[in-house]
Unconditional design. Structure first.
Lengths: 842, 338
């Protein structure tokens, strides 16, 4: 067959062993080319013959989202390099489910034009290991494939969805990371973490070690819309905040929109974190697992039938044995555990229709000795249907039901009690992506969304028979939000692209609920309550609406550089009510109501982007400015729990944030990673005619999460063929705090007198983490025997310098009467913390 | 996280560059007890001492709104506070307010009604063994004296708020010197007071807890040491307090909390019930004018009357022959002792 094949090189079509791969090879122009072509044919044939033997070693690569517009033909530009970054010529690339086979040019580059869909790419060259990648491509994109010598196993392939999108894309201020990029970052206790990785990006920070949530460009943690596929997540943390809620094994990639936010997103005024779960592979059942010192994870995926695939992933912690080794009695008697479960079933009716059902469940339990505890959990169910109606119109329909429940409990004593709260929501979304024949440089994204929030009643119940706590229930409000949006991405010419969007939102707060009336509604307080108004079920209490214009402009200054401007207006109708410095699992979610108007922000940004050396290097600089209205603050000693007139403890004010972000990133090569630096400030102003409703005399003051300087260095160095050495360095300014400026004595009690709110700052935060990863041949029993699985082991050290970073500051009065309280710095992780994680895939 | 906390948490003192804020502090307490001085303290804060700087030129008065009577106060150097010129004992059910004029500013509290006393207590103490494990893993035993109370609450229409104050006092006897050489000397005793830290404040909030009987309410936990060789007495004063006073003391507990965490509410200034009736740009007065209804209880933890620390190798220290040299000491016997 091979002989026959070689004798008919002008134009060939062949079928091999039932494979549907159709290969088309172009006629050569010269004898030199002809020899070259024969060689290619030989390689091609060998690759095809061995195709059936190749063990799947790949992960699904997705370029573009199925939810984005898929044109009739998409182009994949790629480059094949060796482990040292040298370009590889004459690599044969076969494309399954397509009629193409090509080879790389002298620069190692290749280009494939194909209809959108899923394909297997087989890379082959003499002396190098075959590589197979399954790729889903829905828009133009780029990949970089790294191949290794035949003498060793295949290395991790570095993939980038669209290598120069940071320059050519119109959307500014978007950070994308694939799970492959974060897998080998040094991690706390060896746990790969999506949210912790985010915090190494410019413009993203957190209030402390292990604090839940993250702050983007001076925004509060509740101002980030966190989406797992299409479902909102209200708490992205496990163990208060030391781990994120996302199992890395089921995450495909994630994008953080912190600058321009397209009109299809809304509901939060700071950022959007879009976490995409992967789909199951259609070839065979695969297993991916990891064992760490406090938790383990596993993911199984594969086909159910020809058209149906599944993914099932889970994690569980087993920290009790670790706690038992701790000498501190309080810690020994404590408990912290979590688990989560993800499942995705995808059915492809054909290339045009796809139905996906997914669910997510997480549970957390935390108890500190006999003093207090939290438990919380999330349940998420979603159904998504994609329908390509015609080559110019795609429909996406989804329905999501989400539940978040949390409780705080005091386990012992006369006040032993459990206080529960939570939020449920139902979301329906219809999205259309369209192009018009007459406007082929336009891409429209339009649709509508309906959201219904039901805040669970806050319930307090005695925890023990001895408890004297009075059972109490505080009813909470409900809200519904309609959104209509349209976004048009226009390529005006080769250099200029714009994205124009408009979102209209209408929000209603509705009953059943009792609304207090005050003699002065602008300054509600308990003594000024005059009456109550009862609202029946579904009766509208208050309505808000607003237009949200969005605009972005990209001006390409050269093929490798661009300037981008963007503007967003965003409204937020649901807020967390919490006066703790860090996000807590029991923070109340509160819809806008008569006294709590929606938060609103206007965001401006301008950035310069430059890529160098074939997109190997990325440079960027972003400036941003944001103003906000109706931000919530709290009166001193506000009592937010079981409070049915929260407005009496709340304050409202303005926000202001500005800053600049710099990043230099090396995408591939022996060394890769990035250095980012952010300077940003964020302030609040709580002013009112009534002096009692002012904070810091109505002057601007820094927010709890104002951290002016943030430097992150992320570095990955390849050692030998398979192993890597990773280092992370992080420096951030300390968070603002209140400190004791003097003290006085009353009735033999020393009473501290505190400064203005956030007048001082805790010490700066500095941390260095290291990790070394050995992949394959960890257990060298028989090197000659081919392995049927992949494995790796990561040894990491968190906080190598053992630096006592301040987690918070508190004050302790010395023994005896009359001593002045002294400020004490509390450090959570004061030593270097090693961890070992073993991962296996087969 | 707990692993991290257990293995690697640490606490160290840090300094903040704070300016010395000279705030005016006004604190007063009015009770129905004839053993209480009913004093009002007016001071200015000082960075170097919580005792503060005395202000002697304030005009202080307490107004009984029920009887429409005004009681003038005057400064007493002995108590470093203002005392009523004529005897004043609070009457439950009467509304009182305090007014302090100082440096052209007037600080005035909202009227507060002295609550009725409505609880009966039984107090007792227990010794408890506690096993402590050091950071090096060494176990050690520590005994503690725990003072507890059971309170039976009367059925009252108003929500009940209570506060317990525990005062501990040592009794130190001066040494006996040879009468032949010191014919005019006769040993006497001193009472040395020792307070408790802020987080030992014990409050009962009837808004949150509704019971008829409060059992085994722990009021204090004191590690046993050599000082227990001396007589140690405990005065427990149970006060029925106003809601405003309860709120104030709860704030004091909150701001004095020893555990620092970003899951705790940030500490802020504690302002009591004094307000400035005129909108003057001045420092707000701090403190609370709290009419209390008190019920004293006395406990004794030891009956040994020896003066333990006085016999030192290098002779007889001066406080052994005049125990008032010891800090917080007085020869005035507390009313609840003996």
């Amino acid at each position: 067959m091979l002989k026959k094949y070689l004798s008919n090189y002008h134009c060939h079509t062949i079928f091999i062993r039932g494979l549907s791969n159709l290969i088309v090879i172009q006629e050569p122009d010269s004898s030199k080319d002809r020899v070259k072509l024969i060689l290619k044919h030989l390689l091609l044939s060998l690759a095809l013959l061995s195709l059936l033997e190749i063990k799947a070693q790949n992960k699904l690569i997705r370029i573009g989202r199925p939810s984005l517009y898929a044109p009739e033909t998409v182009t994949l530009d790629g480059q094949v390099v060796d482990i040292d970054g040298n370009r590889l010529e004459s690599v044969i690339i076969l494309i399954s489910n397509s009629n193409q086979g090509i080879s790389t040019d002298s620069e190692g580059k290749f280009q494939i034009s194909t209809p959108p869909g899923a394909y297997s790419l087989v890379f082959h060259r003499i002396g190098l290991k075959r590589t197979i990648k399954v790729i889903e491509i829905y828009k133009d994109g780029e990949v970089i494939i790294e191949m290794q010598d035949n003498t060793i196993e295949l290395d991790e392939i570095t993939i980038s969805g669209n290598q120069d999108e940071n320059v050519t894309g119109v959307t500014a201020g978007v950070s994308r990371l694939s799970i492959g990029e974060i897998e080998r970052l040094p991690a706390f206790l060896g746990e790969v973490d999506v949210v912790k990785s985010l915090q190494l990006l410019p413009g993203v920070s957190t209030v402390g070690e292990g604090a839940g949530g993250f702050n983007v460009r001076g925004g509060k943690t509740d101002q980030n819309l966190i989406l797992l596929n299409d479902g909102m997540i209200f708490n992205s943390s496990h163990v208060l905040g030391f781990f994120s809620a996302f199992n890395p094994g089921v995450v495909e990639d994630f994008s953080l929109y912190k600058g321009f936010i397209p009109a299809q997103y809304g509901g939060r005024i700071s950022s959007v974190l879009q976490v995409n779960m992967k789909e199951g592979n259609s070839e065979k059942i695969k297993f991916d697992g990891g064992i760490g010192i406090i938790s383990s994870r596993m993911v199984i995926d594969g086909p159910i039938s020809d058209k149906t695939t599944f993914v099932l992933g889970g994690r569980a912690s087993y920290s009790d044995w670790v706690l038992q080794t701790v000498q501190n009695l309080d810690v020994k008697n404590s408990d912290a555990r979590f688990s989560d479960l993800n499942g995705i079933i995808t059915h492809r009716f054909n290339n045009e229709h796809k139905l996906q059902f997914s669910f997510y469940r997480s549970k957390d339990f935390f108890q500190f000795s006999d003093q207090f505890g939290f438990d919380w959990g999330t349940d998420l169910f979603s159904v998504e249907f994609e329908n390509i109606l015609n080559p110019s119109l795609k429909s996406e329909t989804s329905v999501v039901q989400g539940f978040y429940e949390s409780s705080r409990f005091d386990p012992e004593g006369i006040d032993a009690a459990r206080v529960e709260n939570g939020i449920n929501y139902l979301q329906a979304r219809q999205n259309f992506i369209a192009t018009l024949p007459a406007l082929d440089n336009h891409t429209f994204n339009t649709g509508f969304q309906y959201l219904q929030y039901r805040i669970k009643p806050e319930k307090s119940q005695p925890q023990t028979p001895e408890s004297g706590i009075i059972p109490e229930t505080v009813e909470k409000e409900r809200g519904r939000e309609w959104s209509f949006y349209i976004n048009d991405e226009i390529e005006l010419n080769d250099r200029i692209s714009v994205s124009l969007g408009l979102r209209y939102t209408l929000f209603q707060n509705y009953g059943p609920y009792t609304v207090f009336q005050y003699s002065d509604p602008n300054a509600p307080s308990i003594p000024t309550i005059t009456d109550t108004l009862q609202f029946t079920s579904s009766e509208v209490i208050q309505t808000y609406d607003g237009f949200e214009p969005r605009a972005a402009l990209k001006f390409q200054t050269s093929p490798n550089s661009s300037i981008k401007l963007s503007y967003n207006r965003l409204n937020q109708y649901i807020h967390t009510v919490s006066n703790t410095t860090a996000q807590s699992p029991v923070d109340l979610w509160q819809p806008s109501n008569t006294f709590i108007p929606p938060q609103r922000s206007d965001n401006f940004s301008i950035g310069y982007f430059q890529n160098l050396k074939e997109n190997q290097w990325e440079l960027s600089m972003d400036l941003f400015y944001k103003t906000s209205e109706n931000l919530l603050e709290y009166k001193d000693f506000a009592d937010l729990i079981l409070n049915n007139h929260l407005e009496t403890d709340l304050l409202s004010g303005q926000g202001r944030a500005y800053g600049s972000e710099f990043q230099i990133k090396r995408n591939y090569g022996k060394w890769s990673g990035w250095v980012s630096y952010t300077y940003s400030r964020t302030f609040l102003k709580i002013d009112n005619e009534n002096t009692e409703l002012r904070v810091n005399r109505g002057e601007w003051y820094p927010t709890n999460f104002d951290r002016p300087h943030n430097l992150a260095v992320v570095s990955k160095l390849k050692i030998g063929k398979k192993s890597t050495f990773d280092a992370n360095f992080n420096y951030t300014s300390g968070i603002p705090t209140n400190v004791i400026i003097t003290a006085y004595q009353v009735d033999q009690q020393a009473v501290p007198h505190f400064s203005d709110r956030n007048e001082f700052r805790i010490p700066d935060y500095i941390r260095l983490d290291l990790a070394i990863t050995a992949a394959d041949n960890i257990w060298k029993f028989d090197r000659k025997k081919p392995k049927k699985y992949e494995e790796s082991m990561t040894f990491s050290i968190y906080n190598v310098m053992g630096r006592n970073n301040a987690y918070s500051v508190f004050f302790v009065r010395p023994e005896g009467i009359g001593g002045l309280p002294k400020a004490h710095k509390f450090t959570v992780l004061g030593n270097a913390l090693p961890a070992l994680t073993y991962n296996i895939k087969f | 996280m707990l692993l991290g906390m257990g293995l690697t948490t640490c606490v160290s003192i840090i300094e903040f560059d704070t300016a010395d804020a000279k705030e005016i502090i006004i604190f007063g307490k009015l009770t129905n007890s004839r053993n209480y001085d009913q004093n009002i303290t007016v001071k200015r804060t000082d960075l170097n001492t919580t005792a503060g700087l005395s202000i002697e030129n304030a005009v202080v008065q307490v107004i009984d709104e029920t009887d429409n009577q005004s009681y003038a106060y005057q400064f007493s150097e002995e108590t470093d506070s203002y005392l009523p010129v004529t005897p004043l004992v609070g009457i439950p059910g009467h509304a009182y307010r305090a007014r302090v004029s100082l440096e052209n500013q007037i600080f005035e509290s909202d009227p507060q009604v002295m609550p009725e006393f409505n609880a009966i207590d039984t107090s007792y103490f227990e010794f408890e063994k506690e096993v402590a494990i050091s950071n090096a893993g060494v176990e050690s035993e520590q005994y503690r004296l725990k003072i507890l109370t059971d309170s039976r609450l009367d059925q009252v229409e108003e929500t009940l708020f209570m506060k317990w104050d525990v005062e501990q006092v040592f009794i130190i006897s001066e040494v006996v010197l040879p009468a032949s050489k010191f014919p005019f000397y006769s040993p006497r005793v001193c009472y040395i007071f020792e307070g408790f830290a802020n987080d030992d404040l014990v409050l009962f909030n009837g808004d949150l807890v509704q019971v008829d009987l409060i059992q085994r309410q722990e009021l204090a936990s004191i590690p046993l040491d050599n000082s227990f060789i001396n007589i140690r007495g405990y005065g427990i004063i149970q006060s029925s307090i106003t809601r405003e006073a309860a709120n104030y003391w709860q704030k004091v507990i909150d701001v004095s909390n020893r555990v620092g965490s970003i899951f705790k509410v940030a500490k802020v200034d504690t302002t009591g019930t004094f307000v400035t009736p005129s909108d003057l740009p001045v420092n707000l007065g701090r403190g609370v004018d709290a009419p209390n209804c008190d019920y004293p209880i006395t406990l004794f933890a030891n009956v040994d009357q020896n003066c333990f620390p006085c016999l030192e190798d290098l002779g007889v220290p001066d406080y052994c022959v005049n125990c008032t040299f010891l800090p917080n000491s007085t020869r005035k016997r507390p009313s609840y002792l003996f």
